[in-house]
Design a protein around this ligand. Structure first.
Ligand code: NAD
Length: 282
């Protein structure tokens, strides 16, 4: 039987810690504050941003959605990120994708002060992660490890395969698994015979954005599968990259979509903001 590795209880536990810390900071006159910069009218982005704001309000954390509109220029986004970086009442800054034509997130995120870069998007944060130095880690990649630890999945010496190599998920997840002494393989759109790489995995992390990419031939009975993919369904819901029906029963554990990586990601963004707010007072 396949264990369902839900993220709901873990996210709740993380948010409880955030709530207590947010109360203490507010009582000390320094309420923690997260700013989410948006420059798109994309529906799924709006949904995600609302879910961050909702999670923040549950914990008593202030969350500002800074909507610059889909016509914002790279220069406008950059200068807003600089302003927020200098604003001492703001502790966490996140830049949402997609961005208006031509603007690159790696380039713009360089204007987020690293100490407020709660989604680890500044190339400095990513570089520090690669170098094994303290840094904020992209929340989704951090959520993958948080889930593996929560369910006590051993990592050292084990085979971990990451499918997807984006700067927000695949690459930082691979770095984190490497730090924990897993033997890491990274697959991507040019990988030939994906199943040959993924089948032997003890830990399989899938972050692509393609429905049904991972089926029975991609796994083994011992695999623990973390499905990061979020794909909109016709009925307005969400589904992952793993064919749940096909894989259920053939793996040791699988995260559900929705209710797996997503809620943990959001909770960790808030926790990172608390860490930043606490440090700014130290
Ligand atoms: P991306 O488009 O930036 O990267 C996708 C990656 O998949 C690329 O590295 C590409 O090489 C690889 N790829 C594409 N086709 C492939 C194939 N056929 N075989 C193997 N690899 C292939 O996407 P992203 O931003 O990394 O996001 C990945 C998925 O995770 C998306 O569905 C996204 O919505 C989801 N996501 C979820 C959360 C969350 O909190 N749950 C957060 C971020 C992203």
């Amino acid at each position: 039987t396949t264990a369902v590795l839900s993220g709901a209880a873990l996210a709740k536990e993380i948010r409880a810690g955030v709530t207590a810390a947010a109360e203490a900071l507010a009582a000390a006159g320094a309420p923690p504050r997260l700013a989410v910069v948006v420059a798109t009218d994309d529906e799924s982005t709006a949904w995600y941003v609302r879910s961050i704001a909702k999670a923040a309000s549950k914990t008593g954390m202030q969350c500002d959605i800074v909507d610059l509109g889909p016509d914002a220029t790279a220069e406008q986004i950059r200068s807003r990120l600089t302003e927020l970086s200098e604003d001492t009442s703001v502790h966490g800054i996140m830049l949402q994708t997609p961005l208006p034509g031509g603007a690159s997130v790696e380039d713009l995120a360089a204007s987020i002060a690293p100490e407020k870069d709660v989604d680890g998007a500044n190339p400095v944060s990513l570089g520090r992660l690669s170098a094994g130095l303290p840094a904020f880690v992209p929340a989704t990649a951090a959520a993958v490890l948080e889930l593996l630890d929560h369910y006590q999945v051993p990592l050292a010496g084990r085979r971990a395969v990451v499918v997807g190599r984006s700067n927000v998920v695949g690459k930082p997840a691979a770095q984190l698994l490497l730090q924990r002494d897993a033997t890491v393989t990274v697959c991507h759109r040019h990988t030939r015979d994906l199943a040959a790489h993924t089948r032997p995995a003890d830990i399989l992390v899938v972050a692509v954005g393609r429905v049904g990419l991972i089926g029975a031939e991609h796994v083994n009975p011992g695999s623990v599968v973390i499905d990061v993919g979020t794909n909109p369904t016709a009925d307005g819901g969400l589904t992952g990259d793993v064919d749940e029906a096909e894989v259920a029963g053939s793996v040791a554990g699988l995260t559900p979509v929705p209710g797996g990586v997503g809620p943990v990601t959001t909770a960790l963004l808030l926790r990172h903001t608390i860490e930043s707010a606490s440090r700014s007072r130290a």
